[in-house]
Ligand binder design. Structure first.
Ligand SMILES: N=[N+]=NCCCCNC(=O)[C@@H]1[C@H]2[C@H](O)[C@@H](O)[C@H](O)[C@@H](CO)[C@@H]12
Length: 447
């Protein structure tokens, strides 16, 4: 069977990044600090006590990086806006110099025929809002809608698509339940309310956009298919619970206006009784669903593992990435097919897909990252297979353009098509950059 999955004309081939992970200089030009600035500057929270102070210095190198994107042949680029650069206090006063950075970036992208896809929130909540309760405050959806409106008015004439919230699950669970991401809370009673307010924030921004926007708006979810580690009833039930916990917790309210029935059982007293009017607002039809796909879950029942009674186990008989995530391209096809068969085949983008590997050292200004080339080839092929099954897939955004600040892992995990070391700031091409350039030029993975 040919692996040449031709993609439709107009298919978007992009790369994805986020503000705190690549920009550096987070307080430049009057910007206000974010919870990730505070968290990374708290000793012991991030590997090597790394911070986003340098990152890829993109705030000062945007023109050079747009030239890299053009050289790759990207026709789209997904990036996020740092809320605190535009609204230093999170609300009210607009910091024009912060907004101007994004105006210039959008104009440079359009000069190269690269369509911007802008993420409004990629985890970097202004500390000024966090100190007023952050996403636990019932006012937070309104704060977000006001911030979104400033950006819609400033940029919607030049922006093809908006993503409201990146991975609400990670922001809520890693940030408020597991405490390993900013703001570093480990409180069973926070995650459900934070997720609910993030979904309401998405809905309020969509409502504002319906009134003044002219293009597309959606949300980006980390979707991870769950498989039982054995065919025992206990493992199958554990996989179902983890599927509700990671995937359906977000998909079901967004598409059906209801939370999975498993959630109150999982969280017990920590699951509030949410008003049905809220769920009605959350079920507002966004224009597309963004899928961030990395791997699958291999799940074993484990009664000691609160709140799920299930754990994702590392397979020793399957290849995995430097993050410990199994390389499983079929999971991308299955995830996309599920959107078709269970959620009404909505317009979809792969808003993130990529892998960290222990890359070899550069030789003559080039990195031979064969593992990443293989990962990308297999996953782009898997996306093409879903298209051939009728999935309404509109584009693929590779994570990531540059090695960058990988959250709690600091700079120890490299996902980029270009190698970047914060202390020297060169962009060293990897074999995967050449591979992706060829995929874009031939609009598919030809063999
Ligand atoms: N249990 N469990 N599961 C944890 C699943 C978390 C999956 N991580 C992501 O999706 C993050 C996404 C993020 O947008 C980006 O900012 C990150 O740099 C990439 C790479 O890490 C991915």
């Amino acid at each position: 069977m040919s692996t040449d999955h031709a993609f439709p004309p107009g298919f978007l081939w992009g790369a994805a990044t986020s503000a705190y992970q690549i920009e550096g200089d987070p307080l430049a030009d009057g910007a206000g600090p974010s919870i990730w600035h505070r968290f990374s500057h708290t000793p012991g929270r991030v590997a090597g006590n790394a911070t986003g102070d340098l990152a890829c210095d993109h705030y000062h190198r945007a023109q050079e990086d747009v030239a890299l994107m053009a050289n790759l042949g990207l026709n789209a680029y997904r990036f996020s806006i740092a809320w605190g650069r535009v609204l230093p206090d999170g609300r009210g006063r607009v910091n024009q110099r912060g907004l101007d950075f994004y105006q210039r970036l959008v104009d440079r992208l359009l000069e190269q025929d690269i369509q911007p896809m802008i993420t409004l929130y990629h985890w970097d909540l202004p500390t000024a809002l966090h100190d007023r309760g952050g996403w636990l405050n019932p006012e937070s959806p309104a704060w977000f809608a006001d911030y979104a409106q400033v950006l819609f008015r400033a940029l919607d004439d030049r922006v093809a698509a908006w993503v409201t919230i990146n991975e609400p699950w990670v922001a809520a669970v890693l940030g408020h339940l597991e405490g390993v991401h900013a703001p570093g809370h480990a409180d069973a009673f926070e995650a459900a309310r934070v997720t609910h307010h993030l979904l309401l924030a998405h809905a309020e921004a969509c409502a504002v956009y319906r009134a003044i926007g002219a293009h597309q708006i959606g949300i980006a979810l980390n979707l991870e298919p769950q498989y039982p580690a054995s065919d025992s009833a206990a493992d199958r039930a554990a996989a179902d619970r983890r599927d509700a916990f990671i995937n359906r917790w977000l998909l079901d309210p967004l598409f059906f206006g209801r939370y999975p029935e498993a959630m109150p059982a999982i969280f017990g007293p920590a699951w509030p009784d949410f008003p049905s009017a809220d769920l009605e607002r959350i079920r507002r039809p966004a224009d597309f669903i963004g899928v961030n796909y990395y791997s699958r879950g291999w799940v074993q029942a484990d009664p000691s593992a609160w709140p799920l009674g299930a754990t994702r186990i590392q397979r020793t008989d399957a290849p995995s990435t430097a993050m410990g995530w199994e390389v499983y391209p079929n999971g991308l096809t299955e995830t996309l097919l599920r959107l078709k068969t269970q959620y009404g085949n909505p317009p979809a983008y792969i808003t993130e897909n990529g892998a960290a590997f222990e890359d070899p050292a550069p030789v003559e200004d080039r990195v031979e990252d064969a593992h990443r080339v293989a990962y990308l080839r297999d996953h782009i092929t898997a996306a093409g297979a879903a298209l051939q099954e009728g999935v309404n897939l509109r584009g693929y955004f590779l994570w990531s353009l540059l090695d960058n600040f990988e959250w709690a892992e600091g700079y120890t995990k490299r996902f980029g098509l270009y190698r970047v070391d914060p202390e020297e700031q060169r962009r060293i091409p990897k074999a995967s950059a050449d591979f992706y350039r060829k995929v874009i030029a031939s609009n598919g993975v030809g063999m």
